[in-house]
Design a protein around this ligand. Structure first.
Ligand code: SF4
Length: 760
């Protein structure tokens, strides 16, 4: 497809993903204008509820349309500066989450073996009494750190406060930090002084003259405002450089696509940094006045030439040179995208993102249109209806001790919680609470996770769907979906700052309850002085006071209040939130912890002979494993395909569409999956879209569809800075007709890169 055609297509289709551009309403609970009297199909005549989407973590403001007490449609809130009337396919499909017949409907107690998913219905009182009894018992017998909480998202926040109040250091904000943004968060905080990740990317792609994406798949991972900004930038003529071993959706539109050898991105970035310095392409004024450590960087990267990187990365010098010149020419209005999911290889992950931060600094792409911009905080009040006060007592040996920068972020490394549960060292962990996350489809080596669960005295989940994690629970608590509950205020401090509130479109279905109600009832049973407000609305009203609002006023205003953004600074007034107020090109304090102030290239081991590296990504209509059972989304994309290089496939006798199985270096096999034979992936990698291959029989649509990458990731390493777990350190070969087929090595491996050693 030609680029111009793509842009036309993508404005329609990315948002086809998106694009439910039907009229939204202006008032809370106001009937929309009906065009005819009587009952009509669709959303005409529906009452409109302003809320915030939670089909992914991006939190787009929405309008939920309710008719006859039923949710009939979800649209973007037209007043939202971020997404307007648009929602993506998943946002639209919240309707099917609400009415999914496979939802957890009642509190349940396990009747079979753990993992079997055999339960009996019990009352809320019985369920909460049992959870509270076990929490108290475990805490009394083993101490507070024997309690662990795996959590994600707004629904999990109240109960996280409760676990912290019980004194444990083991809560984990699990998939968001330790399986995702940990390394990039650390790299940019140390370099720029603020967190550039998660839903706060602070990348001004809409005004960029050039964009660099390293392993970021915008358009395959869809977050409406992010995709809008990206498309706006491309439509305005921004050049696009994409570094990816796979011909991804953005590679498809790139001016330069660099199909890099997996594991060598830092080599490319360091060679580019050296090139920019040697060819004096850097922003001299910005570096002299707003950067620290230029000379150390110049010295540290001087041996990393493009010729060296070409061999390591398996790229052409001319292509690398064209790309960096394209980016430098656009400076300072260039987006050197920090990326988000950064838990790739463990060792070296922070330094890869440090290299991206250095490029940002050298090109002066900070606090300017098109570059990284500065947040505009939205002021809200502190609730007088207090949350649980954290009462965490540091244990003699903390699970964070090996990771000097883990302490800058909430909770403990997930991998260490699992390890301690398995070994009892440095202290026993005997009870897990799980909320808002499918721990078996997000944490590497689910086999270890299952073994750890077997060692627990007790495990409970708060779940909307009976996913794999719920299958292992002793007690399952039915959590209300985002369409049935309130959550804390949502403020967005990005390029379009605003404030919105998640509020229920319908009453909780079945016996599901809001996360606030569950946390509060549990707190009462634990004798803990938490959450004195009777209802979460009181809590929200207090927060709104600080913004000069009430819920009623906010709803009268259309559910959104927007604020003036302040993203850019003149060079004279620029002061970053680092100690010096400048970009740390070299991070001096890393030396105190034996880390390099200037990144070095540390090769990650290449696949063992006969294997390819397993890489993964997303499809635009699913949010990880969370949406696989959703009727509309399942119909759009019911299963994944394993991408296999066409030359590799020809040598192995595999045709496009063949049914195969993937086997990893530890002999673990996937469920059956169809091969997608394509020249669009390197011969030393196999790609699987993430989240498929459900093993929960209670998810009747998703069960057994496609292959799970997570169940093949059995080898991982921890990031030495943060303790986050690596996800791209497992390798696979292909099994066809029951026969294991070795992957032929079609690209020579340079001697500097060691091979991964399989255990005997
Ligand atoms: S990007 Fe889509 S799923 Fe995510 S919050 Fe926005 S509308 Fe919802």
């Amino acid at each position: 497809m030609k680029r111009r055609e793509f842009l036309k297509f993508s404005t329609a289709s990315c948002m086809a993903l998106a694009a439910m551009e039907l009229g939204g309403g202006k008032a809370f609970f106001r009937p929309a204008k009906a065009m005819a009297s009587g009952e009509l199909p669709g959303s005409l005549g529906a009452k409109e509820v302003y809320s915030v989407c939670e089909m992914c973590f991006w939190r787009c403001p929405i309008v939920a349309k309710v008719k006859g007490g039923k949710l009939v449609k979800i649209e973007g809130n037209p007043k939202s500066p971020a997404n307007g009337k648009r929602v993506c396919a998943r946002g639209n499909s919240g309707v099917q989450l609400l009415y999914d017949p496979d939802r957890v409907k009642y509190p349940m107690k396990r009747t079979g073996a753990r993992g079997e998913g055999k339960w009996a219905r019990i009352s809320w009182d019985e369920a909460l009494d049992e959870v509270a009894y076990n929490m108290k018992k475990v805490r009394k017998k083993y101490g507070p750190h024997a309690l662990a909480y795996f959590d994600h998202g707004a629904s999990a926040e109240f109960m996280r406060g409760l676990f912290m109040h019980m004194g444990t250091e083991n809560y984990s904000n699990e998939p968001a930090f330790f399986q995702c943004v940990g390394p990039v968060a650390e790299a940019f905080i140390s370099s720029m002084g603020y967190l550039v990740s998660g839903t706060r990317q602070y990348t001004d792609m809409g005004h960029a003259k050039a964009i660099l994406l390293v392993g970021s798949h915008i358009g395959e991972n869809v977050h409406v405002s992010h995709v809008r900004e990206y498309i706006q930038g491309l439509a305005n003529g921004a050049k696009l450089v994409v570094v990816d071993p796979r011909f991804s959706a953005p590679a498809n539109k790139a001016d330069v696509w660099l199909p890099i050898r997996p594991g060598t991105d830092t080599a490319l970035l360091l060679a580019w940094i050296n090139y920019v310095i040697q060819h004096k392409l850097y922003d001299k004024d910005f570096v002299a006045n707003h950067c620290e450590g230029f000379e150390a960087v110049k010295e540290g990267v001087k041996d990393y030439t493009l010729e060296w990187a070409a061999r390591i990365c398996d790229l052409k010098v001319a292509d690398m040179e064209a790309a960096i010149r394209m980016l430098a020419k656009a400076a300072p209005n260039v987006t050197i995208h920090p990326g988000r999911h950064s838990t790739w290889y463990g060792r070296g992950d922070v330094q890869r993102h440090r290299a991206l931060a250095i490029l940002n600094g050298l090109l002066g792409a900070v606090a300017v249109p098109g570059g990284l911009y500065l947040p505009t905080p939205v002021k809200t009040g502190k609730s007088e209806c207090p949350e649980c006060e954290a009462e965490v007592e540091e244990p003699d040996t903390s699970l964070k001790d090996d990771f000097p920068y883990a302490g800058n972020f909430p909770g403990n490394p997930t991998a260490k919680i699992i390890e301690a549960t398995l070994t009892g060292e440095p202290y026993p962990i005997k009870l897990w609470g799980v909320n808002g996350v499918n721990i078996l489809q997000t944490i590497p080596n689910p086999y270890d996770t299952m073994e750890a669960i077997k060692k627990l005295d007790f495990i409970f989940t708060e779940s909307m769907m009976a996913d794999e994690a719920a299958m292992w629970a002793d007690i399952v608590l039915p959590g209300a979906t985002y369409l049935e509950r309130y959550d804390s205020l949502h403020t967005y401090d990005g390029i379009t700052p605003y404030l919105a509130v998640r509020q229920p479109a319908v009453e909780p279905l079945f016996e599901s309850k809001s996360s606030y109600w569950i946390a509060r009832e549990l707190a009462k049973r634990l004798g803990v002085d938490c959450y004195p407000c009777e209802h979460e609305v009181e809590y929200i009203e207090e927060e709104l006071k600080g913004a000069g609002l009430t819920l009623e006023k906010l709803n009268r205003m259309g559910g959104i209040v927007s604020y003036k953004a302040n993203p850019y600074r003149s060079r004279k007034e620029l002061k970053l939130p680092t100690e010096s107020g400048k970009v740390n090109l070299a991070v001096a304090h890393y030396e105190d912890d034996d880390f390099d102030p200037v990144p070095k290239f540390e090769p990650t081991p290449a696949p063992p002979k006969g294997y390819a590296r397993l890489i993964y990504g997303r499809v635009p209509v699913h949010t990880f494993s969370r949406t696989m059972n959703n009727l509309w989304l399942h119909n759009e994309w019911p299963e994944n395909h394993a991408w296999v290089n066409d030359e590799v496939a020809a040598k192995l006798g595999i045709a496009d569409g063949d049914t195969i199985v993937l086997e990893n270096q530890d002999g673990k096999r996937s469920l059956e999956v169809k091969a997608k034979v394509t020249p669009g992936i390197r011969p030393d990698a196999i790609y699987l879209p993430h989240g498929f291959g459900s093993r929960s029989k209670r998810l009747t649509r998703a069960y057994g569809k496609g292959a799970s990458d997570q169940f093949l990731i059995t080898h991982y390493e921890n990031c030495p800075f943060t303790g986050a777990s690596s996800h791209r350190t497992s390798f696979v070969r292909i099994v066809k007709g029951g026969k294991a087929l070795d992957i032929p090595e079609l690209r020579p491996l340079p001697r500097e890169i060691p091979r991964f050693k399989k255990s005997a």
